[in-house]
Design a protein around this ligand. Structure first.
Ligand SMILES: [Zn+2]
Length: 327
């Protein structure tokens, strides 16, 4: 399967995601309510679920298939498709849910572990695939669109106690089987129905920016963040800075540059809406490295904006920095 990224998605990938923000906040001991830690867990589970589906499609799907993850569109209101799969025969709209425990759908209501929920992934899947169907029918009403709710949790039991016939319900253990059906359908319907370029053009004409952007942190909250360079292994802050490495109380040693960059990254993600200045960074790093050392790093890895008052730095591409730091 080929993963397609729209121009807008390529731009957005340079900015921190909500998950990046919550993970940095967690490293800096800023998640203090149950609600906040629950949100982090939910974001991690969501991304993990989407990765499972992409991995299955890569392993069991066809190489000519095209996948678009997390596409935001506006069709009489904003909506997000967790994953769009375009085969030669059909367009599939996947809503991906990574739950644990018992999921029950009955009479239009959803219960997870016996608690009634206000959200409804079945209705969400239906709405999303119908929207895509409407959009695509502007090209050709004969192009088929199928919606499916995919439950990726390995310890998630799914009970459909009311019939749902317009969308597919696919628990994890049926996922490979479902992909096999998609292959079969494509083979049995050999005439090419989908023109991928036309479809991509149509879909992107309805695309909007991702509505789930990280929040902005207040100065007051930032003042309570855990400062200093953090150990990559035990996540503690009891470290000694040497000339070339940092040494943690746990025994772990790490290259000084990487460890310092990781602290800068945390600060930059949390303050993505603010200017990155040397003084703020020195304070955040608790003066564990010198101003000269920090300036060198900033000039090497960040873009400088020179101002007569105080120069500041910007991150050109967060995702690049993140993968360099193995975060
Ligand atoms: Zn350590």
């Amino acid at each position: 399967m080929y993963i397609y990224q729209t121009d807008l998605q390529k731009e957005e990938a340079k900015q921190p995601t909500e998950l990046d923000f919550y993970q940095a906040a967690d490293r800096r001991h800023l998640l203090r309510t149950d609600e906040e830690t629950y949100k982090l867990r939910r974001l991690i589970a969501g991304v993990a679920g989407e990765k499972i589906v992409a991995d299955y499609l890569n392993q069991y799907g066809k190489s000519h298939w095209l996948g678009i993850p997390n596409l935001w569109m506006n069709y009489f209101g904003p909506f997000e498709c967790d994953f769009l799969l375009i085969t030669r025969y059909k367009i599939y709209v996947f809503e991906i849910k990574n739950y644990k425990g018992e999921f029950v759908y009955k009479d239009g209501f959803v219960k997870i572990n016996n608690k009634q929920k206000t959200f409804n992934p079945i209705h969400q899947t239906r709405r999303n695939y119908r929207n895509v169907q409407e959009i695509i029918s502007e090209i050709n009403p004969n192009i088929q669109v199928e919606g499916a709710t995919i439950f990726t949790g390995i310890n998630n039991a799914v009970f459909m106690e009311s019939e749902v016939s317009d969308i597919k319900i696919t628990p994890r253990s049926y996922l490979k089987w479902y992909i096999d059906q998609i292959i079969k359908e494509e083979q049995e319907n050999r005439r090419l129905i989908t023109n991928q370029d036309a479809i991509l053009e149509k879909l992107t004409s309805y695309q909007i920016e991702n509505s789930f952007l990280p929040e902005a942190i207040s100065k007051e909250k930032m003042a309570t963040a855990k400062r200093g360079i953090q150990c990559a292994k035990c996540h503690g802050f009891h470290i000694k800075v040497n000339r070339f490495n940092i040494e943690c109380r746990c025994g772990y040693k790490e290259d000084r540059e990487i460890a310092t960059l990781r602290a800068i990254y945390d600060y930059a993600v949390l303050n993505h809406d603010k200017r990155l200045t040397i003084n703020h960074l020195l304070h955040f790093i608790d003066h564990q490295v010198s101003r000269t050392y920090l300036l060198n790093l900033l000039n090497q890895y960040f873009s400088a904006v020179k101002k007569s008052s105080e120069s500041y730095y910007t991150v050109t591409d967060f995702s690049k920095l993140k993968s360099m730091l193995n975060l």
